[in-house]
Design a protein around this ligand. Structure first.
Ligand SMILES: [Zn+2]
Length: 91
């Protein structure tokens, strides 16, 4: 099951301390098709993870807002201790 999330267009530029702190509570998801990055709130990823009783090697999944492609976490440790990394699926 894939869900797409709304997101505002990100501005490039400097990162302030408060922005850095907020982003610690997000998981970066990278589109496997177009490399778009979306930041999904950690709590959202966590609750998807908790609902998913399927294959442990498959992370909670979201689809890319730009191209509808599959997204994969840049780095995320699942509730069962399985670590998902984008390097594992990207060449
Ligand atoms: Zn995409």
């Amino acid at each position: 099951m894939a869900k797409s999330l709304k997101k505002k267009h990100k501005k490039k530029g400097g990162i302030t301390v408060s922005r850095f702190l907020r982003e610690k509570n997000k998981v970066n998801y990278v589109c496997l098709v177009c490399d778009e990055i979306e930041q999904i709130p950690y709590d959202v990823v966590r609750s998807f993870d908790a609902m998913d009783h399927g294959d442990l090697t498959v992370p909670p999944q979201f689809s890319c807002e730009k191209c509808g492609g599959e997204m994969y976490p840049e780095y995320y440790e699942g509730i069962h201790g399985y670590i998902y990394k984008i390097e594992d699926v990207k060449k």
